[in-house]
Design a binder for this molecule. Structure first.
Ligand SMILES: O=C(O)C1=C[C@@H](OP(=O)(O)O)[C@@H](O)[C@H](O)C1
Ligand SMILES: C=C(OP(=O)(O)O)C(=O)O
Length: 449
């Protein structure tokens, strides 16, 4: 069931080629951070191209509850009048972050070093996800957490009234944990140091520097060492949010799988901490090219061109690439089903604690659709059957997980029989125009009550 309304069953089926341009929405990670850092600045931040998915809208609502003025001017233009570092007010309502792990974890970090108390909740998916990974480091600053069932939402955070800076090595590869600690460090005096053994998406570091924080990043034998000087005055920014590579993954993969397709996905950020899927697809033999490579706002950007690729082969995805494509494994496993041979995905334990257990959800659906899948705690292998030979013809559960829903809908565009998902509602959390965009390319996607 979708927590945002009645379930929306959806069906996808084989049809003609996908052609044209796919203008995907703004980056989800950068959209959350734009609102939060805007709220922590003094003055007006202007944002163009904000993702208006439910996850980000919930973060905007939360920033209002903490005292910032967040205004939607229409067409992806937003402004945030911030209250400054340490300026958050105590909310007089429960903060509902909906389906968003990024939203709740970053906001907990941002409020944990102010002398205020806030209670957080979410939908059934978010309330089942682990929060101890964030509250453990926040306790070192002096914040207290009172959660359900050993660290789940609903949870109350009592912010530290006299925060101390911390030095923290992130125990799991997680940009959300790293970001929560850095955001908490903003209102602690002195230097907060965060060490990550594996590099994860670096938007928080880049954006904090852009907003005027004093921050350094050093590559050492211990890993990436990020040092932040506390209590800066953040300076409001004008932000143009780049388009989301994680959303681009869906039209790109669909074009590779559907006979005769040729799709251009313009203006996609290829930050190396995000672009792992595209290199993996190229290694599998996909006809995927980066056109018009350029730099925008200090980040590499390209137009992605994806064409039907019937001869792809399975590969062993390098585990050290996992963080740079963590949200893309579900749709990669779909591509792998249509490639020849084994696609091995290792070092991906984090997939088990996303909106659902993504290895379990994909493995069950793929098996039902005629694909052999092996799995262990932190790995899985998909045995591809090659183009034209994937049966499909089943209904799968999307488990309140947008990426599971979109992945199986992409799959159904190339299976012998249609694929149906029980609820496409969660897609609106990250890619509200998915249905319109895909049908605009020619995809056979319908709501199927
Ligand atoms: O920091 C972020 O914006 C995100 C980090 C990742 O989560 P983890 O930090 O849990 O790996 C990713 O899965 C999520 O979609 C967005
Ligand atoms: C894991 C995801 O998001 P979040 O953790 O923010 O819920 C995702 O978008 O795939």
């Amino acid at each position: 069931m979708s927590s945002h309304g009645d379930p929306i069953p959806m069906t996808s089926r084989k049809g003609g080629p996908l052609t044209g341009e796919a203008h995907v929405p703004g980056d989800k990670s950068i959209s959350h951070r734009s609102l939060i850092l805007g709220a922590l600045s003094v003055g007006e931040t202007r944002i163009t191209g904000l993702l208006e998915g439910q996850d980000v809208l919930d973060t905007g609502k939360a920033m209002r509850a903490f005292g910032a003025e967040v205004t939607d001017h229409g067409g992806g233009e937003w402004t945030v009048h911030g209250v400054g570092v340490g300026g958050f007010a105590e909310p007089d309502q429960v903060i509902d972050c909906g389906n968003s792990g990024t939203g709740v974890r970053l906001i907990m970090g941002a409020m944990a070093t102010s002398p205020i108390t806030a209670t957080f909740t979410g939908d059934a998916s978010l309330n089942a996800r682990p929060m101890g990974r964030v509250t453990d480091p926040l306790a070192l600053f002096g914040a207290q957490a009172f959660g359900r069932d050993g660290g789940r939402l609903p949870m109350t955070i009592v912010g530290a009234s006299d925060p101390v800076p911390v030095r923290y090595t992130v125990p799991v590869p997680s940009a959300q944990v790293k970001s929560a600690v850095l955001l908490a460090g903003l209102n602690a005096p002195g230097e907060t140091v965060v060490i990550e053994k594996e590099a994860t998406r670096d938007h928080t570091e880049r954006m904090l520097a852009g907003f005027g924080a004093e921050l350094s990043v050093e590559e050492t034998e211990e890993g990436r060492v990020i040092t932040l000087n506390g209590q800066p005055e953040l300076v409001p920014q004008t932000i143009i949010v780049p388009r989301d590579p994680s959303s681009a993954a869906f039209p790109v993969c669909a074009a590779l799988l559907v006979e005769g397709s040729d799709v251009l996905v313009p203006n996609i950020g290829l930050n190396p901490t995000r672009a792992g899927l595209f290199y993996t697809l190229q290694e599998m033999g996909a006809d995927l090219t980066f056109e018009n490579m350029r730099e925008e706002g200090g980040e590499p950007v390209a137009d992605l061109r994806a064409r039907f690729s019937p001869e792809m082969e399975g590969i062993a995805v390098p585990p050290e690439r996992a963080a740079s494509m963590i949200d893309e494994y579900p749709v990669l496993s779909v591509v792998a089903a249509f490639a020849k041979g084994r696609t091995e995905m290792r070092g991906v334990k984090e997939l088990r604690v996303k909106e659902c257990d993504r290895i379990d959800a994909m493995a069950k659906g793929l098996r039902a659709a005629g694909i052999e899948v092996e799995e262990g705690e932190d790995w899985w292998v998909v045995h591809g059957r090659g183009h034209g030979d994937v049966p499909g013809g089943v209904t799968v559960e999307s488990r309140l997980d947008h990426r599971i829903a979109m992945s199986f809908l992409v799959m159904g565009l190339a299976t012998q029989s249609p694929m149906r998902v029980d609820d496409g509602g969660p897609i609106a959390t990250s890619f509200p125009i998915f249905e319109e965009l895909m049908t605009g390319l020619g995809a056979g996607l319908t709501r199927s009550n």
